[in-house]
Write a protein that binds this ligand. Structure first.
Ligand SMILES: [Zn+2]
Ligand SMILES: [Zn+2]
Length: 168
């Protein structure tokens, strides 16, 4: 797909509009709207990720803004936080060399984020965590933490997957 030449870091220190733009053709010239709270939390995650490193590990945005049509097309949750209303409040991210659960635990450390753990990476958003703070995607279907374990992502992850999480 054609890439727009937005300058790097035009949303926040490490994030650009081009990374958050809806991936459908219709939205190529649409305004990119991302919650400044979400960007702040993502920047905080980068501080933790890069702690003690002498290089910067890029956080790859797999999905930022989505229009209704694109959200439907990729099978997103109806009313997804990826759809700007008025700002997009969600990001699907991954970091090369960091497992999704480890990345999720970094997001938990930052605080104030809802976190969905998937095979491809994690979903984070800044929506109020009621009823669920965490979920794990089993295939495409999210299993929510609310009734099981809403206090600790690692406990919830262990219950859901039977995996230890830390050392993988
Ligand atoms: Zn779109
Ligand atoms: Zn998402």
């Amino acid at each position: 797909m054609e890439k727009k030449n937005d300058p790097l870091g035009d949303l926040s220190t490490n994030f650009s509009k081009s990374e958050f733009r809806c991936k459908c053709k219709k939205c190529l010239h649409k305004k990119v709207l991302v919650s400044s709270l979400l960007l702040f939390k993502l920047e905080m995650m980068i501080v933790i990720i890069d702690e003690g490193l002498d290089f910067h590990k890029p956080v790859i945005v797999l999905s930022g803004n989505r229009c209704e049509e694109e959200n439907k097309r990729i099978g997103g949750f109806p009313g997804s936080e990826h759809i700007p209303d008025p700002d997009g409040e969600a990001a699907d991210i991954k970091v090369i060399g960091i497992t999704p659960i480890k990345l999720g635990l970094i997001a938990e450390k930052v605080g104030g984020l809802r976190i969905g753990i998937a095979k491809w990476g994690i979903h984070v958003d800044v929506k109020t965590p009621s009823p669920s703070r965490f979920w794990v995607y089993m295939g495409k279907k999210p299993i929510y933490s609310a009734k099981i374990e809403n206090k600790s992502l690692l406990n919830f992850y262990r219950i859901m997957t039977g995996k230890e999480g830390e050392n993988r």
